[in-house]
Write a protein that binds this ligand. Structure first.
Ligand code: MN
Ligand code: MN
Length: 471
């Protein structure tokens, strides 16, 4: 038997007084570790099935309908346990479970976003250059443009034809599908390119997607490659070039979610910002065992990556309108319901990267595997653009997480004056709702392939589950 080492007074005192972040694996039981790993199998499937806001919201609606959720009806009669949803233009969706508490006491709301950085096709994307068929793009959200060439891409989205009919497009996800790619200059000839500053190493107008190279067999016609490609699309979808003027087509990385690491401790995938919080917040609601005390609401929103403007983004009134309509159905008014509501703005935060330590302040940043991140404020240049949660609400959420044995840590988005960013927290807080950011730490955020730790994903799920049951 080994002799148990007794702690010195200083060691004991330090343990009592210091705040330290511990690795989740050292805290979790083997049983819980297994649960976390199993949970992430479903998470990976969700990522593969929903690479765009349209697909992710459709997948969520499909799952919710199986759980008994029905479309919300304005002026409907609802009782505790009823489950409703509102699908906003097929790109954002709100789910709610009516609680036993009076609606005037407010709701517990989670808000995550399901749009991710990508390359959108321009309205008139098709062109041919030197017998190559190409598509013009306009990138969506904040990307490091140089990361996107030479990555296999799939095209997802919709084309609305002149007759009003909508065609769903998804090419590049099936193993037998072709994929597409943005090309880059070979290093042998890149001397001049290397002199460009990194943001211009690849420019926005150079993010052109290669989609074909064989001409239509006719010597007389010009742009025969483009003609051949449009002919393929016409035969497959019945669309002509003009139909693309009313299309939303998004080029996203074609690879699937995979385990990362010999220990399989992490998930690598496109679009984990913010589908990792979307999936966890949503599944926590789907898996609620009992009717919650307070009404639970989960919004999966669009447009966060471009600033939340637009009628599917949270700067619009769609959430406010829903909460007002819900309040009326439940015998109160929207203003009272919102004032007494609480919100976890469920979005990812930057995880410390030992290869690039210069971007982070180690005492305050988040680390993978140390649990869900609670971020009191985001913003940049003197906290500009943040809602900065009130200390009272921060304390309430910390206590809730501790009570439910959720492993959590605090975080901030990088060093002061190094940049920064925001989330939807401010827009929800502006509705007079107590709001704080919580989410999963991510490595290589906004890259075509992002990394999260499975334990953190599971802790996010646990946190949201606890929150829906929080009084
Ligand atoms: Mn983002
Ligand atoms: Mn995000």
């Amino acid at each position: 038997m080994s002799k148990e080492k007794t702690k010195s007074q200083a060691e004991e005192l330090k343990e009592k007084l210091f705040y330290t972040k511990k690795h989740s694996t050292l805290i979790m039981t083997d049983k819980e570790q297994k649960k976390a790993d199993k949970f992430c199998e479903g998470y990976k499937k969700f990522l593969d099935n929903g690479k765009t806001e349209r697909e992710a919201s459709a997948e969520a609606v499909r799952i919710a309908e199986n759980e008994g959720f029905v479309p919300f009806e304005k002026n409907g009669k609802y009782k505790p346990g009823d489950k409703v949803y509102v699908w906003n233009r097929h790109k954002a969706v709100i789910f709610a479970v009516i609680g036993t508490e009076k609606a005037e006491k407010g709701v517990n709301l989670t808000a995550a976003h399901i749009d991710s950085p990508r390359l959108d096709l321009k309205q008139s994307p098709f062109y041919e250059a030197d017998e190559l068929g190409l598509l013009k793009t306009h990138y969506y959200g904040g990307i490091k443009k140089y990361q996107w060439p030479t990555v296999p891409l799939a095209i997802h989205g919709v084309i609305v034809r002149a007759d009003g009919s909508t065609i769903d497009v998804c090419i590049g996800e099936d193993e037998n599908d072709p994929v597409f790619v943005v090309t880059d200059l070979l290093p042998h000839l890149a001397e001049e390119q290397y002199k460009r500053p990194a943001p211009k190493l690849i420019t926005g107008e150079e993010l052109n997607v290669l989609i074909g190279s064989r001409p239509f067999k006719d010597d007389k016609v010009s742009e025969a490659v483009k003609l051949n490609l449009l002919n393929i699309l016409f035969e497959k979808y019945g669309v002509v070039e003009k139909d693309f003027l009313s299309a939303e087509l998004e080029c996203v990385p074609a690879f699937k979610a995979r385990d990362i690491g010999l220990d399989r401790s992490m998930v690598g995938a496109y679009g984990q910002d913010d589908r990792v919080c979307a999936y966890t917040a949503f599944m926590a609601m789907m898996n609620l065992k009992n009717v919650p005390h307070r009404t639970s609401v989960c919004v999966l929103t669009d447009k966060e990556e471009t600033g939340s403007d637009g009628n599917t983004g949270l700067c619009s009134s769609y959430l406010k309108y829903f909460l007002s309509d819900l309040a009326e159905c439940l015998g109160t008014n929207g203003r009272t319901l919102m004032t007494n509501s609480k919100c976890l703005s469920a979005d990812v935060n930057a995880a410390f990267d030992p290869t690039f330590p210069e971007g982070y302040e180690k005492r305050n940043c988040a680390f993978v595997n140390k649990g869900i991140v609670v971020t009191k404020y985001t913003g940049a240049r003197g906290k500009s653009g943040t809602s900065d949660a009130n200390a009272e609400f921060v304390g309430e959420i910390h206590a809730m997480l501790d009570k439910n044995e959720v492993i959590w840590q605090t975080g901030e988005l990088g060093k002061v004056d190094f940049g920064g960013g925001g989330t939807v927290a401010a827009y929800i807080a502006n509705l007079d709702i107590d709001t704080i950011d919580v989410g999963v730490p991510v490595l290589s955020m906004h890259a075509p392939y992002e990394v999260t730790a499975k334990n953190d994903v599971y802790m996010a799920y646990k946190a949201f589950y606890s929150f829906y049951n929080h009084c």
